[in-house]
Write a protein that binds this ligand. Structure first.
Ligand code: 5AD
Ligand code: SF4
Length: 436
């Protein structure tokens, strides 16, 4: 989602004379878009700020020009004052719900007397209604945010505090953005939301539509060929969405459905509002409707109070589901969350060894999932060039990175049939079925 927000900020700033530069050395404006989800991301932000400070100082000495620095995203939202205290040379602090105001904030920066601009409100007019920026450049595949925020309040998570309450973009606003993307050559769209499957809006028939209906409506756009979505919550997995995985051929057979833990006791302490059994029942149902679907998830190990038995239950759930791939993290105490005052914190050694076990199991499942695709043929959208000569990169229907080579220089954005020849831990390689 930060990636999407960064792209929208770029769109927004273009009419004001800014263009993207991959080198900060001579940048007039540096926007650091930040993530607050785990402590590691916060530490990274402060070290990045140190690095940026050096760069802008060198530029000032060399050229006499002063760069404007903006910190955006969830750390800006949660720790704006702290950032200004630690880095008083930062000019702008802007939260994830207010970045549509970036051009005005930049205009207000006084180059001589550094006045601070802080905009971390949750505006009453949703940002999408004000984000009318032209979209000029995307690759063949683009992100589209349809839902933001969260009302679930898992006890470990900062999202409800930094991204605010659950909000669904209206259907027409999403359809308009999808058409804009198609007009500039996009062929695959990934719908985004912190709780993407909580999306709902008044539909074309005036009835309330959920994500399944939205995907079916988007699929009617002829030039749009592949649709993906992330991230879902088990409580919002309704039958319409599950049916789309059977009936809608443009919807890719991949579901990222985080469970976080395989222990009912821990799920309760996490306030996940579902049990292990309920989660497994959903997975079973999804597989009933589409037996080929790849299942992914998120896990937190070492939540306060997690015993060896709870950990074993997580390993057992992973074995039952058999993931195609999944993300796993050590529990990280987040300020302001209920979890931060839980007392029974585990020591780092235990967390590390449990994380290792979970990751080893997930890695072995991922490798065998990847290996099963050998000799199959997949339709792939060619996304970009690889690092090697004649190499291209695409994404499989199951969300695997796929590498192949062709001497044809103009394949980006086209669809090819690829025969998978080799499988690795994180990628596949293949040959074009009919090359020319
Ligand atoms: N500690 C560790 N992992 C976390 N996540 C969210 N909050 C925390 C935390 N405090 C993980 C969850 C979530 C993913 C986006 O990040 O697994 O699904
Ligand atoms: Fe965070 Fe997801 Fe829980 Fe919401 S549902 S609080 S975003 S982990």
């Amino acid at each position: 989602m930060n990636f999407y927000d960064s792209e929208r900020m770029t769109d927004l700033l273009k009419p004001h004379g800014y263009q993207l530069d991959d080198n900060e050395d001579d940048a007039d404006l540096i926007v650091l878009n930040t993530c607050h989800i785990r402590e590691k991301a916060v530490e990274k932000t402060y070290s990045e700020l140190g690095r940026i400070r050096e760069k802008i100082n060198i530029r000032k000495v060399k050229t006499g020009k002063r760069s404007i620095v903006a910190v955006a995203g969830c750390i800006a939202q949660a720790q704006g004052k702290e950032i200004i205290k630690r880095s008083p040379w930062v000019d702008i602090i802007v939260g994830p719900q207010s970045y549509q105001n970036l051009p005005e904030l930049i205009a207000k920066v006084d180059p001589v007397n550094k006045n601070k601009n802080i905009n971390i409100d949750f505006p009453t007019i949703p940002k999408f209604d004000q984000l009318n920026a032209k979209i000029e450049e995307r690759g063949p595949s683009a992100f589209l945010t349809i839902q933001e925020g969260c009302d679930k309040f898992c006890t470990f998570c900062v999202v409800p505090y930094t991204r605010g309450a659950e909000y669904s973009r209206p259907l027409m606003s999403i359809m308009d953005e999808a058409k804009k993307l198609i007009d500039i050559g996009v062929k695959e769209i990934t719908l985004l939301g912190q709780n993407v499957n909580a999306w709902n809006s008044k539909g074309l028939d005036d009835k309330n539509w959920g994500l399944g209906r939205l995907i079916d409506e988007l699929a009617k756009i002829n030039e749009l060929k592949f649709i993906r979505y992330t991230t879902s919550h088990p409580l919002d997995m309704d039958i319409e969405l599950i049916k789309s995985h059977r009936d809608n051929k443009k919807l890719m057979p991949y579901l990222h459905l985080p469970v976080q833990s395989g222990s009912d006791k821990i799920l309760k302490m996490m306030n996940r509002k579902h049990s292990v059994k309920e989660y497994l029942t959903i997975i079973e149902k999804v597989r009933d409707y589409n037996p080929n679907i790849a299942i992914s998830g998120d896990f937190i190990v070492g939540f306060p109070g997690e015993t060896e038995k709870d950990h074993m239950s997580t390993l057992s759930l992973i074995k039952k589901v058999n993931y195609s791939q999944a993300y796993s993290f050590k529990y990280s105490k987040r300020p302001g969350t209920p979890g931060s005052i839980f007392l029974d914190h585990l020591n780092e050694d235990i967390k590390n060894s449990r994380l290792h076990e979970v990751q080893e199991l997930l890695r072995s499942q991922q490798l065998s999932f990847n290996e099963k695709t050998i000799n199959s043929t997949m339709k792939i959208l060619v996304l970009k060039k690889g690092k090697k000569k004649h190499q291209y990169i695409g994404r499989s229907p199951f969300n695997q990175s796929v590498y192949f080579s062709s001497k044809n220089e103009k394949l980006i954005g086209s669809f090819i049939d690829l025969n998978i020849t080799e499988a690795f831990q994180n990628s596949l390689t293949g040959n074009i079925v009919l090359d020319f």
